[in-house]
Design a protein around this ligand. Structure first.
Ligand SMILES: Cc1cc2nc3c(=O)[nH]c(=O)nc-3n(C[C@H](O)[C@H](O)[C@H](O)COP(=O)(O)OP(=O)(O)OC[C@H]3O[C@@H](n4cnc5c(N)ncnc54)[C@H](O)[C@@H]3O)c2cc1C
Length: 393
């Protein structure tokens, strides 16, 4: 056996899992197809402080602290929320990923950059992993493969594990923009400019922001961005010449029924461990990563890599991460069920002291259902009753 564990994908979750397994003295190989970890980036980099505390990444990756949000409807209706505390952090995502990679290597993980996994062969209780590096094919053997290879997971496809129910196509540019309030993110919900999802402006500093959108239909995201800049008031002055960086990526959604098979586990985006309302994947991926590494160590100690042993991982993450995803999927049902007109009406219903103080006191980007639950049980209007019926339909 060449390695105790081979992890496919050197993204944040793969490196985090690898580090935890290597800490116990196990031989871990991470195969990452890109020459540099974290590049190209595909993330808005908006996270809770828990993401830094769980990952152990130092807070010098923080670029900005967010204290609120302005939410816009399709017709310009605006709900502005600004609190005293920090609700979210804007991080340097490339640096964050690189830090996780260095931490993994420091604990003894062998991280092979520029190594694209192209196939697997199953033998009795071991898997031969084939990868290509600098045009040359190599093979390594391991009893345990962990697929941390993101939304297009080759591991999920090869081992016939479930794929995401829904895919959002994300697109983002970064550039110069005068941010009216550099501590407030701006969000627009409008089916014309971001069908099935939303658009965002995340201030990095007073004169620089990340501007992005998601769509759940096939189409040219740049065209949608053009429409957005024409329509959305805070972006009217934003021109192509302001753009400094362009990125795109997939946001997989759903709750998969199985994230393991004999000798294999999936984690992070490969296991669709993302928040269905916002597409944030770092918090849930890290939580599941902790469970994945514990079960991997137990399997190694016992020398048991069977489906029934690894099913423990699935059962455990279903109780915590899976519960969050289930609740998030109910919120997504509401989101998809309401028309643009109703979403604007909702913003108007919430534009008062009582509702705003509920939102600001309960708001938590990792647990959006908490504030949704409080609003739905405190505010009695027909629209809220309709939202409840959508959630449980
Ligand atoms: C537009 C957009 C905005 C987002 N914004 C946020 C946000 O604000 N906050 C948040 O928490 N989340 C956000 N996310 C989600 C977040 O980026 C992911 O959840 C997170 O990156 C998941 O980490 P991961 O390690 O599971 O997968 P990835 O980061 O996708 O890493 C997978 C790695 O596997 C490698 N790989 C894939 N195939 C192979 C192969 N065959 N061989 C070798 N290597 C391979 C890839 O190169 C990659 O490095 C956003 C996503 C998108 C698309």
């Amino acid at each position: 056996m060449d390695y105790d564990v081979v992890i496919v994908g050197g993204g944040p979750i793969g490196c985090f899992v690898g580090r935890h397994i290597a800490e116990s003295g196990r031989r871990v190989l991470i195969l990452e197809e890109h020459g540099e970890v974290g590049e190209p980036p595909h993330c808005a980099g908006l996270v809770s402080s828990e993401v830094l505390s769980i990952s152990g990444v130092k807070d010098d990756v923080i670029l900005n602290k967010i204290r609120g949000a302005s939410i816009y409807g399709y017709d310009g209706t605006k709900l502005s929320l600004l609190g005293e505390r920090t609700y979210a952090l804007v991080i340097d995502r490339i640096l964050f990923d690189k830090r996780l990679a260095i931490m993994a290597e420091d604990r003894g993980v062998e991280l092979s950059r520029g190594s694209r996994v192209v196939g697997f062969k199953r033998d009795t209780n071991e898997i031969e992993v084939t990868f290509v590096r600098s045009g040359r094919e190599s093979k390594v053997k391991t009893p345990l493969v962990i697929g941390a290879d993101g939304a297009y997971s080759i591991v999920a496809k090869f081992f016939k594990l479930p794929l995401p129910r829904e895919i959002i196509y994300g697109f983002q540019v970064e550039g110069e923009l005068n941010c009216t309030n550099p501590y407030q993110v701006e969000v627009m919900v409008d089916n014309e400019t971001s069908p099935g999802w939303f658009s965002w402006i995340i201030p990095v500093r007073e004169d620089y922001a990340r501007i992005g959108l998601g769509i759940n239909v096939k189409g040219n995201p740049r065209e949608y961005l053009k429409r957005l800049c024409n329509k959305w008031e805070p972006l009217r002055s934003f021109k192509d010449s302001n753009i400094k960086r362009i990125m795109g990526g997939l946001i997989p959604l759903g709750l998969i029924e199985r994230s393991y098979t004999d000798n294999v586990m999936l984690v992070g985006d490969a296991a669709v461990q993302l928040k269905p309302l916002s597409g944030g994947g770092l918090y849930l991926g890290l939580l599941a990563g902790l469970i994945c590494s514990k079960v991997a160590l137990e399997a190694l100690d016992r020398g048991d890599f069977s489906s029934s042993m690894l099913s423990k991982y699935h059962k455990l993450w279903m109780k915590s991460v899976g519960r969050e995803i289930k609740l998030g999927l109910r919120l997504r049902k509401i989101f998809l069920g309401l028309t643009d007109k109703e979403k604007s009406e909702l913003l108007r219903v919430l534009d008062n002291q009582e509702a705003k103080s509920i939102i600001l006191s309960t708001g938590n980007i990792d647990h959006p259902w908490r504030v949704a639950y409080k609003i739905m049980t405190h505010i009695k209007v027909p629209l809220i009753a309709r939202m409840l019926s959508l959630a449980f339909s």
